[in-house]
Design a protein around this ligand. Structure first.
Ligand SMILES: [Zn+2]
Length: 113
């Protein structure tokens, strides 16, 4: 009488699906907020729904605001490595020059963005 059917139930180690951690960045009343939640994708949706319902906004929404009148779409001009001043946009788009003068000559530092 031999019984070969082994019905050992082995506990699955290391195969437990770890819950996903979500980090949501938002803004509420102008303040940056970081919300962390752990779970499946539906908890991400419900957390965002709750954030939206209280009036929070995603941080990316505030990029296109009023003061887009200045030339170029880059947020801040590069700085001169020598003088550490903000560089001015050249007539060539994407080029910046340093407005500082060393004696007779303008600083030779230029940056192409
Ligand atoms: Zn310079």
């Amino acid at each position: 009488m031999s019984n070969n059917t082994s019905e050992q139930i082995q506990p699955i180690t290391g195969a437990i699906a770890a819950p996903t951690k979500f980090v949501i960045q938002a803004e509420y009343q102008g303040f940056p907020v970081v919300v962390e939640c752990t779970g499946k994708a539906d908890i991400l949706k419900s957390t965002i729904d709750r954030l939206m319902s209280i009036g929070a906004t995603p941080p990316a929404q505030r990029t296109t605001t009023a003061s887009a009148a200045t030339a170029g779409d880059s947020s801040a001009p590069p700085k001169c490595r020598i003088h550490h001043v903000p560089m001015k946009p050249s007539r060539k788009p994407g080029n910046f020059f340093c407005p500082k003068k060393d004696g007779q000559h303008y600083c030779a530092e230029t940056v192409k963005v």
